[in-house]
Design a protein around this ligand. Structure first.
Ligand code: NAD
Length: 254
């Protein structure tokens, strides 16, 4: 249980869902972990909770600096904070498009920009340990109905992952992303609660999954941890699907 002993990680959106499961897993495996979130009030020791909004460059810079000071540096960035949006291109106005891009894309850019100087120091001092993992989505590469804005932001996260991987590979910083399918997090819980019959909606959602169940937050965290760890040392510029076979499988009707 010590793959991450001595490593220092920052997880954005780490107070809930996939981010929280990732922060808990990295800490259980020996990492020191700071969590950057809009609301870190539920973040408990040994995690370090830092309040910041990824749409606010100054607050991101301050939180990253505080994290690096508290942990004595940074080896791993998990760029995970994100929000959803529903509808076709006719349903979201310009302000909504700007806001969701601000959180889901620029939020990752701002956090990476603030972390890169620390990761560069790690890459020099401890070769093979500096890594960024972005939480993308199957929405980046599948045509999901009623998700135009959300899908466009995740398409941008996918391209950003590839471009950053190319820019920083010679510095010894790896950059990858995970593409979760429908993962059982408070976010999905809120969507189901908003439906008329949450239990029936959940059953219908599960029936659409090749595995017959939703992906768990812990399973996405496992993929993030692999891409963040030296075990994936030769892997950069990739997207790892964690979707219960949603994109890869072509199942015959039962
Ligand atoms: P969640 O709502 O449970 O957690 C998201 C966290 O991000 C929350 O703690 C929230 O406070 C934080 N956050 C939101 N906006 C922020 C901001 N401006 N600044 C700082 N923190 C902010 O959601 P989740 O399901 O765990 O999603 C996490 C990531 O996984 C997102 O990027 C999402 O797009 C992606 N994802 C989720 C699913 C899914 O089915 N749950 C599928 C594919 C991708």
């Amino acid at each position: 249980m010590s793959d991450f002993a001595g490593l220092r990680a920052l997880v954005t959106g780490g107070a809930s869902g996939i981010g929280r499961a990732t922060a808990d897993l990295l800490a259980a495996r020996g990492a020191q972990v700071a969590v950057l979130d809009l609301d870190p009030s539920a973040v408990e020791k040994p995690l370090i909770g830092l309040r910041a909004d990824v749409t606010d460059d100054a607050s991101v810079r301050t939180a990253v600096q505080d994290a690096a000071e508290a942990l004595g540096g940074l080896d791993i960035l998990v760029n995970n904070a994100g929000i959803g949006a529903q509808g076709t291109v006719e349903d979201n106005d310009d302000a909504e498009w700007r806001h969701v891009f601000d959180v889901n894309v620029l939020g990752m850019v701002r956090t990476a920009r603030a972390c890169l100087p620390y990761l560069r120091r790690t890459a020099t001092a401890r070769p093979g340990t500096a890594a960024i993992v972005n939480t993308c989505s199957i929405a980046a590469t599948a045509g999901l109905p009623q998700r135009a804005l959300y899908s466009a932001t995740k398409g941008a996260v996918y391209s950003l992952t590839l471009a950053m991987a190319a820019d920083h590979v010679r510095e010894g910083i790896r950059v990858n992303c995970v593409n979760p399918g429908t993962a059982d997090t408070p976010w999905i819980g809120r969507l189901l609660d908003a439906a008329g019959d949450p239990a029936a909606e959940r059953a219908a959602l599960e029936a659409r999954q090749p595995t017959g169940r939703l992906v768990s937050a812990a399973e996405v965290a496992g993929a993030i941890a692999y891409l963040a760890s030296p075990l994936s040392g030769a892997t950069t510029g990739t997207a790892l699907a964690v979707d219960g076979g949603m994109q890869g499988l072509r199942l015959r009707p039962a």
